[in-house]
Ligand binder design. Structure first.
Ligand code: MV4
Length: 506
């Protein structure tokens, strides 16, 4: 059995990613779009389109019943939800199935099993998956919290039972802070999730965020596709991901992979999913939660494993068997992804809006661009600010960093501010280059990174004059010393010299 037509219930780069997989597999695709996306690339590349409503997500991409109706009407047999929107809604996975369609993702029951943080924690414990020491049931009061905290020592972390994304979290460094912190965590949890249940864990200081991609078929095969390092994040938004991780030697890779597979099996998981872990500095790792969807950063895994995750999502949803053996899945080379967002790093990552007046996309050896925009695209505030992902693959981490730096220099986006310069500065950062990153690294380093000398002056000037100057600008920037040799101060002087030369040309 295979599908002849799939509806893609998403927008932007991920919708285009799924449409591309369909086309390569000889499967027709149906895009859905809001009024704001009628001319978007994901719509143009699909075989059919159904308009599902006004721009706000709540009136379009979140309208499950409209989307299912569109699938039925166009004769699609399956729905790919992408990430975000309806991808992790248990009710949607169930409604798709009840409509006689295939949800390209895990069973509704597996989404439910991993949906609540405390339930997932209990499931993990029952499957002998290590979790951070702490409780699995909500705290009654501060006295109970103090009693538990005394067992494993301060600092501890209060977490919302219905939590996610760091909301309702409070670090408690001493018993005397417990009352006020518990109150604050409860208030925040109540506001964010309508549930003030809070539990407590030992606070792990300075860990990395390492996650394991798993892929399972309907015949009992569950594979680990190894780790991704996702520590470079700001306010729980990942900015840069890579595979493999400098902190994961082969033995640890095997142990974490086996653990993730055990967690996935315990949840009755099928299709692609990700187990998130904290990796402590001493090499111990703790299961945090499972993301029951395809993730933004899936391309880095695709590049180092050679496995097309989206195609295999479709194949296993259609009942195919995975033909791979765990021993065959060995990382090859190094991949890095930068999330290119319409945010202004120089301005506290303030979202920027406007029309993309000019776009030059990097290319060349080992460069992949998963984008959902083009010149002429309108970037508004209705949707996520991620415009595209720039992904590179090279034989070593050093070569991948140099390649990403080169590709970022080639990238020009005019009309909206973007995170491009921020990413350039990270690729030049000595600590990043040394792999000395953990979950607090970026927040600690951000000031010096965004205040670092950067092309903004050149880019801004170019924006005024237009696309012709932008091209010349890019040529000038390309002469910046390579990532491996430039000291920040040198590159600053060099870039300002380039700007001077550019100005002289006008
Ligand atoms: C933690 C932790 C340290 N110790 N738990 C943040 C979001 C939520 N999913 C779990 N999070 C954390 N849990 C213990 N016991 C640190 C974090 C954390 C974090 C985790 C992953 C990626 C980025 C993070 C940023 C800040 C804090």
């Amino acid at each position: 059995m295979s599908f002849s037509k799939i509806l893609v219930a998403n927008r932007g780069e991920i919708a285009l990613r799924v449409v591309r997989a369909c086309r390569e597999m000889g499967i027709a695709s149906v895009a859905v779009c809001s009024d704001a996306d009628a001319r978007a690339p994901h719509v143009r590349e699909a075989d059919e389109v159904v308009n599902i409503g006004p721009p706000p997500s709540s009136e379009s991409y979140l309208r499950g019943e409209k989307i299912i109706e569109a699938a039925t009407r166009t004769g699609a047999q399956a729905i790919h939800p992408g990430y975000g929107f309806l991808s992790e809604r248990e009710w949607f996975a169930r409604a798709v199935r009840d409509a006689g369609l295939v949800f390209i993702g895990p069973p509704a029951e597996a989404i439910a099993a991993m949906g609540s943080k405390t339930a997932a924690r209990q499931l993990a414990i029952s499957a002998k998956v290590p979790v951070v020491p702490g409780t699995t049931t909500p705290l009654a009061d501060a006295a109970e919290a103090r009693r538990i905290a005394n067992e494993f020592g301060y600092p501890v972390l209060l977490k919302a039972a219905s939590g996610g994304g760091g909301k309702g979290m409070r670090v408690v460094r001493a018993a005397t802070e417990m009352d006020t912190s518990l109150e604050a965590a409860r208030r925040e949890a109540k506001n964010a999730f309508g549930d003030d249940a809070v539990y407590v864990e030992k606070y792990i200081v300075g860990p990395r965020h390492v996650e394991i991609q798993v892929l399972g078929d309907q015949h009992g095969t569950m594979l680990s596709l190894n780790e991704r390092e996702c520590s470079v994040q700001r306010r729980h938004q990942k900015m840069i991901e890579e595979a493999p991780s400098v902190a994961v030697p082969p033995d640890l890779r095997r142990a974490m992979g086996e653990t993730a597979v055990r967690a996935a099996r315990a949840a009755g998981y099928v299709n692609a999913g990700t187990c998130e872990f904290l990796l402590d500095r001493d090499g111990s790792f703790y299961f945090l939660e499972m993301n029951t969807r395809l993730q933004v950063e899936h391309p880095v895994t695709e590049l180092v494993t050679g496995i097309d995750l989206v195609q295999w999502q479709i194949r296993v949803a259609a009942g195919e068997r995975l033909p791979f053996k765990q021993e065959e899945i060995v990382p090859r080379g190094w991949a890095i992804e930068c999330r290119i967002t319409s945010e202004d790093p120089a301005n506290g990552f303030l979202p920027s809006t406007g029309r993309i007046s000019y776009l030059h996309v990097p290319a060349g050896p080992g460069v992949r661009w998963d984008g959902g925009i083009e010149a002429g695209s309108e970037v508004g505030l209705y949707y996520d600010p991620m415009l595209a992902k720039l992904i590179v693959h090279a034989p070593t981490r050093d070569a991948a960093i140099a390649r990403m730096h080169r590709a970022l220099l080639e990238l020009t986006i005019e009309g909206v501010e973007s995170s491009r310069d921020f990413h350039l500065r990270v690729m030049e950062d000595a600590e990043f280059k040394a792999g000395a990153i953990e979950i607090q690294w970026l927040e600690r380093r951000l000031d010096s990174i965004v205040r670092a000398p950067a092309p903004p002056a050149t880019v801004k000037a170019a924006a005024l004059v237009g696309a012709l100057i932008a091209d010349r600008d890019r040529r000038a920037l390309r002469q910046t010393p390579a990532a491996g040799t430039a000291r920040v101060d040198d590159s600053r002087r060099d870039e300002w010299l380039q700007v001077g030369r550019l100005e002289g040309l006008r």
